[in-house]
Design a binder for this molecule. Structure first.
Ligand code: 1GP
Length: 258
């Protein structure tokens, strides 16, 4: 039996305790400078974010990724997990990596080939893999284009639910449903969140286009246990204050579910 790692246990415990967790995504290439990215990541953790995710679909790699990850890790006091864009976007300074298979990609590279190339590197770097089924929903944004996704139509919650259940049956321990960063149509529709969370017995992460604490609370209220925001932090005048409002909103909603 594969032992569940430290970060995954921490996330499961936070979900069990609070009913809802927040990861804040810092994409180093989206911030004016590495220092700004680092400050935002540390601030998000100080604001109460449960986890800091680092990366994106046209991700930072090499020295920039190393510096940002290491610096946030040193001061954040919460786990730092990589949201990888490809096999080069790994760094040994992270605690964990979203070890994702893009379940609705048309290209086998994003389903199992990149994972095959990355697995030995993840092992050698000693980064904890978080086995994650990744589902991209309309409009899909950059990740939908890069990942050549057969986008799940927004009015087909049953398709997302079936994909999520397939992910669970294939052995994934987390399902991530993503409308794509800064989704022009807003977050994954709540009826789709409801259908996915009803279909699976594993943590249900939702991200992409969640712009306000209310939208975040609605996603948790619809049954998700984990949400991820990135653009809301990037666009905020005071990222730390903005993230504190997200934390408050989802933890209040999470408490209602316990
Ligand atoms: C989507 O995790 C990101 O994959 C978060 O999206 O930037 O829209 O919050 P946003």
């Amino acid at each position: 039996m594969v032992a569940i790692g430290k970060t995954e246990r921490y996330i499961n415990e936070a979900i069990h305790r609070d009913g809802a967790v927040l990861s804040v995504l810092i994409d180093p290439v989206d911030w004016p400078s590495p220092d700004a990215a680092i400050k935002a990541g540390i601030g998000a953790a100080e604001a109460g974010a449960d986890l800091i995710a680092i990366g994106g679909s046209m991700g930072a790699q090499g020295e920039l990724l190393d510096i940002v990850t290491k610096s946030i890790k040193e001061k954040a006091g919460v786990p730092v997990a990589l949201f990888p864009g490809n096999i080069a976007t790994l760094t040994r300074y992270a605690d964990a990596v979203y070890f994702m298979s893009l379940l609705n990609s048309r290209n086998p590279y994003w389903i199992s080939q990149a994972q095959t190339l990355a697995a030995p590197i993840v092992k050698r770097l000693g980064i904890e893999p978080l086995p994650m089924g990744y589902i991209v929903v309309e409009p899909g944004g950059t990740v939908g284009w890069v990942g050549d996704a057969n986008l799940v139509p927004r009015n087909k919650p049953g398709i997302a639910a079936a994909l999520a259940l397939a992910g669970q049956y294939l052995g994934c321990r987390i399902i991530y449903t993503d409308a794509g960063s800064a989704s022009s149509l807003g977050p994954v529709p709540v009826d789709m969140v409801r259908a996915v969370s009803k279909a699976i017995d594993i943590p249900d992460l939702v991200g992409g286009g969640i712009r306000t604490p209310k939208e975040a609370a609605d996603v948790i209220g619809a049954g998700a246990q984990w949400i991820q925001v990135g653009t809301a932090a990037e666009k905020a005048k005071e990222p730390k204050k903005a993230m504190a409002e997200f934390v408050k909103a989802i933890k209040e909603e999470g408490k209602k579910k316990r």
